[in-house]
Design a protein around this ligand. Structure first.
Ligand code: UDX
Length: 437
């Protein structure tokens, strides 16, 4: 019998998971409390940009296996309920806000059928799953709970969900593992590593992985600071250390640092939880990771001052990139927009371009100016900032662009442009962690 699956929460994670589960052949119902989201998804429109997802959504809606609803009671005949709601940073501190996860468990408990399994996917502080399981058993003793962290990257979400590099499940009972093996049978057959653990370890795997990635980025950004001070080149340094397979070359791209809906909030929530557990010293280094990351944005502003002037009043600055990373329209904690806003706050005329994130950026930050094309963005600029490394920016002909700006000065905040090309075209080229040419 084919399993019936419900997915609670149709944000980034939930939509992708629901669509991919349907693509694997399951009957899936996606549930959200926001009717507008449901209307959009029913119409085959993904409310954010993720390569390949909208096509797959349309295909799966047409297959008849995938439905969306705002009525939580419709999960009643599902065998597995994936919890994919958000756990944002609280307004008042570093900790994660668990309101949505708590509410989801309460609602699922009212409608879940006996023998069904609730599977948490949201990123939560260690200890949450055990507490939620206890609450669920109080409300509905015939339902079990497991934790199955999600490691998908935005802009590779479909690929990462259909072909994960590992599946981690935190379970208390063998039955829960058997159900999850049925859900992930295709991946298991493909030989994807399967890691069974207790609930706490499964929760920790996610935040530990994100902390490691954040540390790697801040490590190379700290090296960039040393390179700038000593006349060295961080891009060559990263390449050279990356050849050591124990280090590896990925996530060693120095620049304005990490942002998005996961890394910043996850390391902060992890520190807050360590505090509660009395092991704050163990994660003290993450404070430094966060500080190095935020300092990268400040350093970029200092470079702007160095290249233009201390006083930015009336200067025209073109910002290429608004999303927190390329191939995404996600602007949550975007380093690019943070920098754009800071220089705007100092009196500069800031014009932003982004291939996909301009609508969301303009809605959130209407005071910045937005230009529909790269050419219009840089027209008359005193300085160009390259802040999100979209492919289209790498393809720019610096000679053509030079004819449009007021003065040919560019700062590459992502170390992604071909310096020789830009310098050869007559640009004053600065990049983080490298010497200026
Ligand atoms: C991250 C994790 O990679 C993923 O496994 C987890 O499930 C969710 O959090 P994501 O937020 O999509 O995924 O972005 P990621 O690709 O990790 O990039 C995060 C940030 O780091 C971006 O702002 C990116 O520009 C920056 N980054 C990445 C660097 O500054 N340098 C690098 O070398 C790599």
């Amino acid at each position: 019998m084919t399993l019936k699956i419900s997915v609670i929460g149709t944000g980034y994670l939930g939509v992708t998971h629901a669509v991919c589960m349907s693509a694997l052949g399951f009957h899936v119902i996606g549930v959200d409390i926001e009717p507008a989201k449901i209307d959009s998804l029913r119409a085959g429109i993904v409310p954010f940009y993720e390569p390949g997802l909208e096509e797959l959504l349309k295909q799966e809606l047409a297959s008849g296996r995938l439905r969306f609803t705002s009525e939580i009671s419709e999960i009643a005949d599902s065998d597995v309920h994936f919890v994919c709601v958000g756990t944002p940073q609280t307004e008042t501190g570093l900790a994660a806000d668990l309101t949505y996860v708590n509410n989801a468990i309460e609602s699922i408990a009212s409608f879940a059928k006996p023998g069904s399994l609730v599977v948490g996917k949201s990123t939560v502080p260690v200890g949450t799953a055990a507490r939620l399981r206890q609450r669920l058993l109080e409300l509905n003793p015939e339902v079990d709970l497991a934790w199955n962290p999600e490691f998908l990257r935005e802009s590779f979400a479909v690929e990462d969900t259909l072909h994960p590099n590992r599946i981690v499940i935190g379970v208390v009972t063998d039955t829960a593992e058997e159900i999850l093996k049925a859900v992930y049978a295709t991946n298991l057959a493909e030989g994807v590593p399967w890691v069974r653990s207790d609930l706490a370890t499964a929760e920790l795997v996610k935040v530990a992985a994100n902390s490691f990635l954040a540390t790697k980025i801040s490590f190379i950004n700290a090296m960039a600071e040393v390179c700038e001070a000593s006349g060295a080149d961080v891009t060559v340094l990263a390449k050279a250390i990356g050849y050591d397979p124990r280090i590896g070359s990925r996530f060693l791209q120095a620049g304005i640092g990490f942002g998005g809906g996961c890394l910043p909030k996850d390391i902060r929530a992890f520190m807050a939880r360590a505090d509660e557990l009395g092991v704050e010293d163990a994660l003290a280094f993450l404070r430094e990771v966060d500080a190095v990351n935020l300092r990268a944005r400040k350093r970029m502003i200092e470079l702007v001052h160095a290249d233009l002037s201390e006083n930015l009043q009336g200067k025209r600055i073109a910002v290429l990139g608004a999303a927190f990373k390329p191939n995404s329209d996600d602007i949550r904690d975007s380093p690019a927009l943070d920098i754009a806003l800071q220089i705007f706050g100092e009196g500069a005329f800031v014009t932003v371009h982004d291939p996909k994130a301009m609508t969301s950026a303009a809605l959130r930050y209407p005071t910045l100016a937005y230009a529909p094309t790269i050419e219009e963005c840089v027209a008359g600029a005193d300085l160009v900032l390259h802040l999100t490394e979209w492919e289209v920016y790498r393809e720019i002909d610096p000679l053509v662009l030079k004819g449009l700006v007021n003065q040919p000065i560019i700062i590459d905040g992502r170390n992604a442009l071909n310096r020789d090309l830009w310098v050869g075209a007559g640009w004053h080229f600065r990049a983080m962690g490298r010497q200026t040419l």
